[in-house]
Design a protein around this ligand. Structure first.
Ligand code: SER
Length: 380
């Protein structure tokens, strides 16, 4: 096992180099690519969400907004869905690699929490590995830098929530996978995809920015970033579809059947990886965000819920939608990516440290969340 990752966290104490100047008036842009539903003459604490228009962004914005009192700043390369725009204080259409956009965020907002969700997923990243590196790694580094600068301004650590993935694991084949069972965070950190390499490296970058940033400088300021990361399993949502992932066969099977469309599954029926429904994924992220600092003993956590084979998902989908036309047409290359991911994860630290406790097991996920909500969605 290479790249053995040390997860203990230093007790970060942030100096307060600068306090925000109360009453500072920040000019608001009139760019057509930015919209705001409220104006500020004084900067109020804000939560920044990148990749806001993606699957996780949808779930997160709804939950944060339902909980009230969040000043949400959303950015995405595509315009945010209209119903989400109403739930944000400001939305920006743009690329996280765009320096000018990041400078504007820096100047206009006092950011205390960043959910950095923007990424190219595992299948898409294999088609354009260098572009994936730019978005997934350079983009993350720019956001970490923004977090450090924000923390200098307002004098407290910026919480940086980073979705990592089971793609950071790379088992050499099905025999090792079945023998490994529930993997721990430090096991098998030898990813075979660009996306997995990017996520694993960014976990280390987060640890570096949180604990060692500019460690040789006379004015080194450790603790500006409070980096917290979850390695998500495959995610299934009733209301959105993933795009560009390799665990997508599960949601694709389900959403196709619900729409009466045929589907050819690109992996064998016996392949098994961990999955979770989106509401539990969002709950875990929010629990980690609010966990007291002293309880967070690692930078990176596994979380699990259930781990069905593709065949078991097929059977549940067909039971809900009799006559569903689902066949198997394994794609050897995508299959080998899924074969390199663990069949389950050990999430004991997440359960102990921040109370991860998924509400949905496989049966409840289908009976009480996925099937009823998907029926409603496609009946409209
Ligand atoms: N769902 C992701 C993907 O398939 C893995 O985390 O790329």
């Amino acid at each position: 096992m290479l790249a053995n990752f040390v997860f203990s966290v230093c007790q970060a104490v942030i100096p307060a180099p600068c306090r925000l100047i109360a009453g500072l008036t920040i000019p608001l842009s009139t760019s057509h690519r930015t919209s705001r539903t409220m104006t500020h003459s004084i900067r109020t604490p804000a939560t920044l969400i990148t990749g806001a228009n993606g699957e996780m962004g949808h779930g997160l914005i709804d939950r944060l907004s339902d909980a009230g009192s969040h000043n949400i700043i959303a950015i995405d390369v595509r315009p945010l869905d209209e119903k989400l725009q109403a739930r944000c204080s400001a939305t920006h259409v743009g690329d996280i690699l765009d320096d000018r956009l990041l400078e504007r965020l820096q100047s206009e907002y006092e950011i205390h929490t960043i959910y950095h969700l923007a990424a190219l997923l595992s299948t898409r990243a294999e088609f354009t590995p260098e572009a994936a590196h730019r978005v997934n790694v350079e983009g993350t580094m720019l956001l970490l830098k923004l977090a450090i600068e924000q923390s200098r301004w307002h004098g407290s650590p910026v919480k940086f929530l980073f979705p990592s993935s089971i793609a950071v694991y790379g088992l050499p084949g099905v025999t090792a996978k079945s023998k490994a069972g529930r993997v721990k965070e430090q096991d098998w950190n030898t990813p075979i995809t660009m996306y997995g390499c990017n996520k694993l490296y960014c976990e280390h970058l987060g640890r570096y920015y949180a604990k060692y940033y500019r460690q040789l400088a006379a004015d080194a300021e450790p603790g500006g970033v409070d980096f917290r990361s979850i390695r998500f399993p495959g995610l299934i949502s009733a209301v959105t579809m993933p795009s560009g992932g390799t665990s997508d066969y599960a949601p694709e099977m389900l959403h196709s059947a619900a729409q009466g469309k045929g589907y050819a599954c690109f992996v064998r029926d016996d392949v098994r990886i961990p999955f979770m429904v989106m509401p539990d994924a969002i709950s875990a992220l929010l629990k980690l965000q609010t966990a007291p600092r002293e309880k967070v003993s690692q930078f990176v956590y596994n979380i699990g819920a259930f781990n069905p084979s593709a065949g078991e998902i097929h059977d549940l989908v067909c039971a809900a939608f009799p006559g569903a036309d689902i066949t198997y047409k394994p794609d050897d290359k995508r299959q080998s990516i899924v074969d390199s991911w663990p069949e389950d994860v050990d999430d004991t630290p997440a359960r102990n440290d921040f109370g991860h406790a998924p509400e949905y097991d496989l049966r409840r996920a289908f009976e009480e969340y996925l099937i009823p909500q998907i029926r409603t969605r496609y009946a409209q």
